[in-house]
Design a protein. Sequence first.
Length: 165
Amino acid sequence: MAIKVGDKLPDATFTTMTAEGPKPMTTADVFGGKKVALFAVPGAFTPTCHKTHMPGFVANMEQLKAKGFDAVCCTSVNDVFVMDAWASATGAAGKVTMLADGAADFAKKIGLDMDLSARGLGVRSKRYAMAVENGIVKVLNVEEQPGQVSSSSAETLCSMIDKSL
């Protein structure tokens, strides 16, 4: 069953790249006591993710901060090295916290995984955007088709958020 508004994010561990190399980061580390914009993509460097979804969040960083977000994070079922390279390639480095979910553990725990094995991609995350406050989902926008970026865009998320959230 997929996560929904009002649910608490499950305990999970991501991998992030730091100056010292790859490090684990738990959902408590990422979301505890913070207001976070989290978006997920099916794959780093894939056309829609690379050309539309990530650039939208990078371009709207100031508006997201003005809406009271403490952090903007991106998760994908990719390894930490791919996520780090993708952040550099898109101008997201130092702006968007990249959360590698290499084995799709988080995607599966929240019920937003999808099997793209027929396309040679294996298990991936569905495309979505959510607003999370202290680990509780306040807004959740899941795309119906992996190649779409409408309800999960930074612009849509911003339009739904009041700073008091």
